[in-house]
Design a protein around this ligand. Structure first.
Ligand code: NAD
Length: 458
């Protein structure tokens, strides 16, 4: 007899596995179908592996500058790439093993295989038919290989890579050309530049990180250039021929060479093969409402596959909202106007809410409070002077509209604003909250004071 479930989740990334665990916690009979390891891109080929590389890069750089901290070395600092990769593999294994354990502990049946979704009531895995009342599609997205002449051929030869392959290269590259100055592009630029590769970013827009606040874009571009990375913007890649790449910039055609060419030009939803379900689509993305329902009753779509925000934390949150809706636990809806986003490098970037560009375009009456990192003692003690916080509040009530942080550990600071915005807090509440000293979080306090009147430490 076919097994019967309340919910079958297809795809075990941070959207799917969180949804499955939540459903298990709420007492549902739930199955998770995954064709590779649980953890998705995030744990296996994305967020976590890149953070381990960045940590190794940071240790390497810190040792190289040990003198600045009064620590001497014999001057012979080197790295072993195979060990950097092995450390990454160890962290990934520990985390994916942890997720597998949590799924088991919460009574989730995990099926290792391709989930062929026949309808809202049937999924076939490895020839076995599983019956269900609901399906959650959480199949993620994959890196785009753009239709630029020569790219596909060079990809087949392993010269063009996506971030997935780049995480497992055996031979450390002396030079790397990075097509796309988005999140993935700048993260890998920092890693490979830190270990000594010649790095070139080729971005087609006028600025890198197109969705970020202008001041962050400008500051980050300067930082990347100062660290030795070549940043070309407004550059259109015309063709690739093995290690050679030709781009056009201001009417000039230029050919450059690299050991590797990273394609980091965005991702496309993994929705192929789902056409027969009659799902309403927006290009490759499955359309969903605020409860993550698709137009087909009983089918939900969460994470990258709905194309709203390609972020692990959004996928996880959507997973919780979808499961709560299916199991009728509350009425929480998904809202997309307070999504924090983080970019990892040296320093980091974290942002939430409106950029100043957006506040202007909306014709809002707003105020900006900007505080440099040097205003905070902890940053000087840490030897991390570069950066600032930019808080945008509405002029009347001083309600937080957006926060943009450019600093080491910025990604740990942004959650204060997630809570503030969720609670519709103003700069008055942030300033009234005692921030511990000495911490980087004093930046938030100073910015709030600046939004109301004046910061103390400038
Ligand atoms: P992205 O959308 O962040 O950036 C792609 C960049 O490539 C853009 O700046 C775009 O203008 C540029 N581009 C597109 N076509 C080009 C071309 N032909 N030539 C030159 N430039 C071109 O995409 P990504 O960096 O590939 O990341 C993929 C997804 O993964 C994103 O949605 C991102 O949010 C997510 N991600 C998030 C994080 C994080 O939150 N820290 C880290 C990695 C990836």
């Amino acid at each position: 007899m076919a097994k019967e479930y309340d919910i079958i989740v297809v795809g075990g990334g941070p959207g799917g596995y969180v949804a499955a665990i939540r459903a298990g916690q709420l007492g549902a009979k739930v199955a998770l179908v995954e064709k590779e390891n649980v953890g998705g891109i995030c744990l296996n080929h994305g967020c976590i592996p890149t953070k381990t590389f960045l940590k190794s890069a940071k240790v390497y750089q810190t040792l190289k500058h040990a003198n600045d901290y009064g620590v001497t070395t014999d001057g012979n600092i080197s790295f072993d790439w195979s060990k950097v990769v092995a450390r990454k593999d160890g962290v990934v294994k520990q985390l994916t093993g942890g997720v597998a354990f949590l799924l088991k502990k919460n009574g989730v049946d995990v099926y290792n295989g391709f989930g062929d979704i026949r309808s809202a009531n049937e999924v076939i895995v490895n020839g076995e038919s599983l019956k269900t009342k609901n399906v959650i599609i959480a199949t993620g997205a994959s890196a785009i290989i753009p239709p630029i002449p020569g790219v596909e051929e060079a990809y087949k030869k392993g010269i063009v890579v996506t971030s997935k392959e780049l995480l497992n290269i055996k031979q450390y590259p002396k030079s790397i050309l990075i097509v796309g100055g988005g999140v993935i592009g700048v993260e890998f630029a920092t890693v490979f530049n830190s270990f000594g590769s010649k790095v070139t970013i080729i971005e087609k827009m006028e600025k890198i990180l197109p969705t970020m606040d202008d001041e962050i874009q400008d500051a980050y571009t300067k930082t990347l250039k100062r660290s030795g990375i070549e940043v070309l913007t407004g550059a259109e890649v015309k063709s690739v021929s093995d290690h050679k790449l030709t781009y056009e910039l201001k009417g000039q055609s230029v050919t450059v060479e690299g050991d590797l060419i990273l394609m980091a030009v965005g991702t496309r939803a993994n929705s192929k093969g789902l056409e027969h379900l009659g799902l309403e689509m927006d290009r490759a993305n499955i359309k969903t409402n605020e409860y993550l329902q698709t137009n087909v009753p009983g089918i939900y779509a969460i994470g990258d596959v709905n194309g709203k925000y390609m972020l692990a934390h959004v996928a996880s949150h959507e997973g919780m909202v979808a499961v709560n809706h299916i199991l009728k636990k509350g009425h929480a809806k998904m809202s997309y106007d307070k999504i924090p986003s983080c970019i990892y490098g040296q320093p980091e970037i974290a942002a939430i809410g409106l950029t100043e560009r957006e506040a202007k375009a909306k014709g809002l009456d707003y105020k900006v409070s900007k505080v440099p990192l040097a205003a905070v003692g902890k940053s000087l003690a840490d030897g991390e002077k570069e950066g600032f916080i930019k808080l945008i509040v509405d002029n009347k009530y001083k309600e937080v509209l957006g926060a943009h942080i450019y600093a080491y550990n910025a990604t740990e600071l942004i959650s204060e604003y997630s809570v503030a915005m969720e609670a519709e807090a103003t700069a008055y509440e942030i300033a009234a909250a005692i921030h511990p000293h000495p911490t980087l979080s004093e930046l938030s306090l100073e910015a709030a004071l600046g939004a109301i009147d004046k910061p103390i430490h400038i």
